[in-house]
Design a binder for this molecule. Structure first.
Ligand code: ATP
Ligand code: MG
Length: 586
C-alpha cells in the first residue's frame, strides 16, 4: 500500500524518479565509465564546444576582475590532475587546500576530482591549531597553500603531520629544502591532457568539516554522485538559468562555497564570480553592479551587515548609488533569515530574499523558498522535489524520541519537532570520517535526524525553531531562540541578537538576550527597558527575554553563525568547548 506520511511527503518511488530524471541532465563519463564531478563541471562543456565561455570572474582586492574560460579551466585542472598522478597520489587520497578565493583553488578542486582523489577545502582564516587538527583528522597527503599561509599556519607543525607528504605552494616561496614545491612550476610543466579514470558515482569526492556551531566540527564525506543534487537544486532553489552570472559569497572552506560556489554554477555552464576580498558593503554592491550579477547567494550575517548600513525607513543611499538592475534572484542560507531581513530586501534591493535550509551533511539544498512559490517571510520554505522531510516528536532530551528503534512522525499542521529526512538523495553524506558511531547515531527508523527543530504549517512550509540543543525550556514553555531573536531585530535599535536559556530555580530556564545595537544607539538601561517592553508586547511575558545584555560583537563562527553555545557557556562560567571555528577568538 502506498503509505504517505506527513502533508506533501512524496513516496520513495517518486523521490527516486525525481533523482533519476535529474541525473539525465548530466552526461556521465564518456564510454559509460561512471560519474565524476569535474567532468560535469568542466570537460563536458569543452567537449560540446562551449570552451570559450567565461567560467570564472576573479575579482582582486582592488576590484579589477580577470576571466577564466571553461577551456582554460579544463586545461589547468588536467595539469593539476597530472601533477597529482606523477606524485603517486591516487584514488581516495586526500588533497586539502588552504587558499584564498582565486583561480588556483578551482584548479586544485577540479584537478583532484579528475584524479579520483578526495578534496578537503580548509578555511584560510583558520589558525594553526584547527588547520593541524583537520589535516590530521582528514589524513591529508597533499596540501595546496600559499607561502605566507604555510609559514604562518603549517610549517611549525609539519613534524606532527607525518602523513602530509607534499606541500604545493601557489606563488613564490617554494623551497624543496623545507619540504615545499611550487604549484605553478609543477602545473606549468605538466601535460594539458588528462583522461579521468573510471569513477563510481558512490566513490568519495569531498571531505567537508561542519561549522562547529554546536560542538567539535565533524568531517562529512560526500560522493561524486552528489553532483546530481548540486545541479538540480541550483536550478530549483537558486533559479539558475542559461547565461546567468552567479555569485555565491561563501568561502569554499564551507560546504556552501563548494556545492554552490564551485560545482553548481560550473555544471550549469554559467559564469561564477569569485571574490578574493571580504565582506564590505560598498565592495559588495560594487561587485554586484560591475559584474552584472543575476543571482546572488549569501548568508543572513551578510544581509544583517548590509541592513546596518542602510536600515529600512531611510533612503537607501548606498545601494541606490550602484546599478543593481541585473540582479534577479537573491537567496540566503546558514542561519535563520529573520522576517525583517526579507522585508528589507524587498524595500531596499527591490527583491525579496529567498531563505533555504540545508547542512554540511545533506550536501545540497533540501528545503527552500523558490522563485516559483510564494515566500513566507521567516520560513525556510518547502522541501524540494525528491526530498522527503518529516517532523518527529521529541523526547525529554530535546531530540527525536526513539523508543524501541521507532520514532513518532507528527502529521498535524503546526507540528513542532525534530526535522528528519528520508535517506536516498544523491548528496547525502556517506560518513563522518573516523567517527562511525557518530554517523550511525544520526539515523533511526529509516530517517536521518538533522538535529534542528522546526514547525511545519498547514501548507507544508517549514519554520526554523532552533537547534535541538539550543531550545529553551522556561516555565513549561518550549521556546525557540530564533523567534525571540527575530522579534528583537524588529526593534529600531537592534542590529543583531543571540538568545539563550539561563538556568533559573523557579522557571527552569529564563530567556536571556544578547543584543548588538545599530549605529547611533548607545547601550544603557533606558534602551534595555525599551527593548524589553517591545518584546513583551510582541511575544508575551512568558517568552520575552527576562534579561538583556549588550554585546556589540556577538560570538560567531567563521561562517558567520551566532554561537549560542558560547554565549551560554560564558554566561554560566562553563568550559567554552571547541573554539576552532570562532570568528575572532578574544
Ligand atoms: P556543527 O554541526 O559543527 O554544529 P553547523 O551545524 O552550523 O555546525 P553547517 O553544516 O555549516 O554546520 O550548518 C548547518 C546548520 O545551519 C543547520 O543544521 C541549521 O541549524 C543551520 N541552518 C542552515 N540553513 C538554515 C536556515 N535557512 N534557517 C535556519 N537554520 C539554518
Ligand atoms: Mg550541524
Amino acid at each position: 500500500m502506498d503509505h504517505r506520511t506527513p502533508a506533501g511527503e512524496t513516496t520513495a518511488a517518486e523521490a527516486a524518479d525525481v533523482w533519476r530524471r535529474a541525473r539525465e541532465h548530466l552526461d556521465g563519463l564518456p564510454g559509460g565509465r561512471g560519474l565524476n564531478i569535474a567532468h560535469e563541471a568542466v570537460d563536458r562543456h569543452v567537449a560540446a564546444g562551449r570552451g570559450a565561455r567565461v567560467a570564472l570572474r576573479c575579482v582582486a582586492a582592488d576590484r579589477t576582475a580577470t576571466s577564466v574560460t571553461y577551456a582554460e579551466l579544463a586545461d589547468r585542472s588536467n595539469r593539476f590532475a597530472g601533477v597529482l598522478r606523477s606524485l603517486g597520489v591516487g584514488r581516495g587520497d586526500r588533497v586539502a587546500s588552504l587558499l584564498g578565493r582565486g583561480p588556483e583553488l578551482y584548479t586544485a578542486v577540479l584537478g583532484t576530482l579528475k584524479n579520483a582523489s578526495v578534496f578537503c577545502p580548509l578555511f584560510p582564516a583558520f589558525g594553526p591549531a584547527p588547520v593541524e587538527e583537520r589535516l590530521r583528522l582528514g589524513d591529508v597527503r597533499v596540501l595546496v597553500t600559499s607561502g605566507d599561509l604555510y609559514r604562518r599556519k603549517v610549517a611549525g607543525r609539519r613534524d606532527a603531520l607525518p602523513g602530509l607528504e607534499h606541500v604545493l605552494l601557489v606563488g613564490p616561496g617554494a623551497d624543496p629544502d623545507s619540504g615545499t614545491v611550487s604549484f605553478d612550476d609543477l602545473t606549468a610543466a605538466a601535460s594539458g591532457e588528462f583522461t579521468i579514470p573510471p569513477t563510481d558515482p558512490g566513490e568519495p569526492a569531498l571531505l567537508h568539516f561542519t561549522s562547529g556551531t554546536t560542538g567539535t566540527p565533524k568531517g562529512a564525506v560526500h560522493a561524486h554522485e552528489a553532483v546530481v543534487a548540486h545541479h538540480a537544486t541550483a536550478a530549483l532553489a537558486l533559479d539558475l538559468r542559461p547565461g546567468d552570472v552567479f555569485w555565491c559569497t561563501a568561502d569554499p572552506g564551507w560546504v556552501t562555497g563548494m556545492s554552490y560556489g564551485i560545482i553548481a554554477p560550473l555544471t550549469h555552464g554559467l559564469t561564477a564570480v569569485v571574490d578574493s576580498g571580504e565582506y564590505e558593503a560598498r565592495r559588495w554592491y560594487g561587485i554586484l553592479a560591475q559584474e552584472r550579477v543575476n543571482v546572488w547567494y549569501t548568508a543572513p550575517t551578510a544581509i544583517r551587515m548590509l541592513m546596518r548600513v542602510s536600515p529600512r525607513g531611510r533612503p537607501p543611499e548606498l545601494p541606490r548609488s550602484f546599478d543593481l538592475s541585473a540582479l534577479r534572484f537573491v537567496a540566503s542560507v546558514g542561519e535563520p533569515l529573520n522576517p525583517e531581513a526579507v522585508r528589507w530586501g524587498q524595500e531596499v534591493l527591490g527583491l525579496p530574499i529567498h531563505d533555504n535550509w540545508w547542512q554540511t551533511e545533506t550536501g545540497a539544498i533540501m528545503i527552500a523558498n523558490t522563485a516559483a512559490t510564494e515566500i513566507r517571510p521567516g520560513s525556510m520554505g518547502r522541501p524540494l522535489p525528491g526530498v522527503r522531510a518529516g517532523v518527529l516528536e521529541r523526547g525529554p532530551d530535546g531530540r527525536a524520541d526513539v523508543t524501541d528503534g521507532r520514532v513518532h512522525v507528527l502529521e498535524q499542521a503546526g507540528a513542532e519537532g525534530e526535522l528528519a529526512l528520508r535517506p536516498g538523495w544523491p548528496s547525502m553524506f556517506r560518513g563522518y570520517l573516523g567517527a562511525e558511531a557518530r554517523y550511525r547515531a544520526c539515523f533511526a527508523d529509516g530517517w536521518y535526524l538533522t538535529g534542528d527543530v522546526v514547525r511545519r504549517d498547514a501548507d507544508g512550509y517549514y519554520w526554523f525553531v532552533g537547534r535541538a540543543d539550543d531550545v529553551i525550556k522556561s516555565a513549561g514553555h518550549l521556546i525557540g531562540p530564533f523567534e525571540v531573536e527575530s522579534t528583537l531585530m524588529e526593534h529600531t535599535a537592534v542590529a543583531e541578537a543571540g538568545v539563550i536559556g539561563r538556568p533559573d530555580p523557579v522557571a527552569g530556564e529564563i530567556v536571556k538576550a544578547f543584543v548588538s545595537l545599530k549605529p547611533g544607539y548607545r547601550p544603557g538601561p533606558q534602551v534595555a527597558r525599551d527593548i524589553t517592553a517591545f518584546a513583551r508586547r510582541r511575544l508575551g511575558p512568558a517568552i520575552a527575554p527576562r534579561e538583556i545584555a549588550f554585546e556589540q560583537n556577538l560570538p560567531k563562527t567563521r561562517s558567520g553563525k551566532v554561537m549560542r553555545r558560547l554565549l551560554r557557556a560564558r554566561e554560566l562560567g562553563l568550559p567554552e568547548g571547541d573554539l576552532s571555528t570562532l570568528e575572532s577568538p578574544s
